[in-house]
Design a protein around this ligand. Structure first.
Ligand SMILES: NC(=O)c1ccc[n+]([C@@H]2O[C@H](COP(=O)([O-])OP(=O)(O)OC[C@H]3O[C@@H](n4cnc5c(N)ncnc54)[C@H](O)[C@@H]3O)[C@@H](O)[C@H]2O)c1
Ligand SMILES: *[C@@H]1O[C@H](CO)[C@@H](O)[C@H](O)[C@H]1NC(C)=O
Length: 386
């Protein structure tokens, strides 16, 4: 048998089938490991709710973070860094470089790319109120679509072609089947301008990937982010009346609002109230790191969409009950009529993220309520109270 090994063809085969792939594997592994600890990530909307929690996880994993935000929806006292980012620095003991920049400002953005060697961008910056988007659609299109395309242009000009985009389950519209997989049609039932901006930006990114093979894009379709960092130092800080259920419940619990209105108890669900897939903000933040790692792997090409959810839905009344238990406060609520545009049920199939990204949501509804309450209790007026 041994003499066969001396035959050049066998040596040749060994080389091609074993050594070369081994070499590639090592190279990939080395690239991924190197990217993990030493990359610089530009985070747009970095002072916002999802942005600030993601920055914490990035810093904890040794990424360098450059945050850009125009402060349109976050609190800052005077000319200083936004309060949320100061708290992020407190949590992590690391510094965040911050620029007060509007992503529609091409020159200012370009300067940031010229100043820092940026490896990838996580793009959170957007206006996100569904109701407001119906009132002022042009502002939403201008900010979310105009801002995004300016950002992509500046990225391309600077040779930075890796992006993680904050998309939303709203791109699926009224679900045609449940749980929702990434193969569910998008853009068909988007009833409001906000949802449409998410869909359009996804389409722009797909076109970009078609036009230029160097682009690598991950679309993360969030379900319903709730909760806060376990330290209670950062959390969701809505200005005005909260649009989302969880912050509303939390403000009722802390005595800032009198009672919660439950819109509709006659849906075909477990108890008649709307069912959503709530996901803890820390799980969501970690999803972004997993997406980056996946994108840095040399075998990742073009674009890919992933649902980030738990795969399980909870009704409004189940959330009210869980929050009352976590906070020890009764949540005053009343059932009123349905609200236009609301759907009965929506929850994710998050299998693809598990397979491809090695990501699963591990924090349950108790943790979501406990951490929201911890944040609310310590900061009854959000970041303003400091
Ligand atoms: N929170 C949710 O329920 C949810 C669900 C799905 C998708 N998303 C998306 O995730 C992203 C982050 O959401 P969030 O909840 O953290 O919202 P947020 O409002 O807390 O954060 C967005 C940040 O972007 C900034 N910003 C807005 N327009 C900007 C511009 N033109 N230039 C620079 N900065 C700008 C705001 O000041 C804010 O700090 C958004 O794109 C949102 O649409 C959020
Ligand atoms: C981050 O860097 C520190 C110091 O070099 C190291 O001890 C730690 O293991 C790193 N953390 C991660 C998640 O890579």
């Amino acid at each position: 048998m041994l003499h066969l090994l001396y035959k050049s063809s066998y040596v040749f085969m060994l080389f091609y089938y074993a050594i070369i792939p081994l070499g590639y594997l090592t190279k990939w592994w080395v690239t991924i490991e190197k990217m993990k600890g030493n990359s610089t990530i530009l985070v747009t909307g970095g002072a916002g709710y999802v942005g600030s929690h993601t920055v914490v996880e990035l810093l904890n994993n040794n990424y360098t973070v450059i945050a850009v935000d125009n402060l349109v929806n976050c609190y800052s006292s005077g000319n200083e860094k936004p309060e949320a980012l100061k708290r992020v620095e407190k949590i992590t003991g690391e510094t965040v470089t911050f620029y007060d920049i509007d992503i529609r400002d091409k020159e200012a953005l370009d300067k940031v790319f010229k100043t820092h060697k940026i490896d990838a961008v996580i793009h959170f910056a957007a206006l996100k109120s569904v109701g407001e988007s119906v009132q002022i659609p042009l502002t939403y299109y201008q900010n979310n679509i105009g801002g995004s395309s300016t950002l992509f242009e500046v990225m391309a000009n600077n040779g930075v072609k890796k992006l993680v985009f904050s998309s939303s389950a709203t791109v699926y519209g009224d679900p045609q089947f449940l749980p929702i997989t990434e193969l569910h049609p998008t853009g068909q039932g988007c009833t409001n301008p906000y949802g449409k901006t998410k869909y359009f930006v996804e389409e722009i990114l797909k076109d970009l990937c078609t036009s230029d093979q160097e682009w690598k894009v991950v679309l993360l379709r969030y379900f319903n982010p709730v909760g806060a960092h376990e330290s209670g130092l950062i959390g969701e800080d809505p200005s005005g009346i909260p649009n989302n259920l969880m912050p509303y419940i939390a403000q009722v619990a802390v005595g800032r609002r009198e009672k919660l209105q439950v819109f509709g108890a006659d849906y075909p669900t477990v108890d008649g109230t709307g069912v959503r897939d709530y996901i803890h903000i820390t799980d969501l933040a970690i999803g972004h790191l997993k997406a980056l790692e996946r994108m840095f792997s040399p075998c990742f090409k073009s674009w890919k969409a992933y649902n980030l959810g738990t795969g399980r839905g909870y009704s409004v009344l189940e959330m009210v009950k869980a929050f009352a238990k976590a906070s020890g406060k009764p949540i005053n609520h009343e059932i009123v009529g349905r609200r236009g545009g609301d759907i009965a049920e929506c929850y994710a199939d998050a299998t693809l993220a598990k397979i491809d990204l090695d990501w699963v949501a591990t924090r349950d509804i108790e943790a979501m309520c406990r951490d929201t309450w911890n944040w609310q209790k310590k900061n009854p007026k959000g970041f303003h109270s400091s």
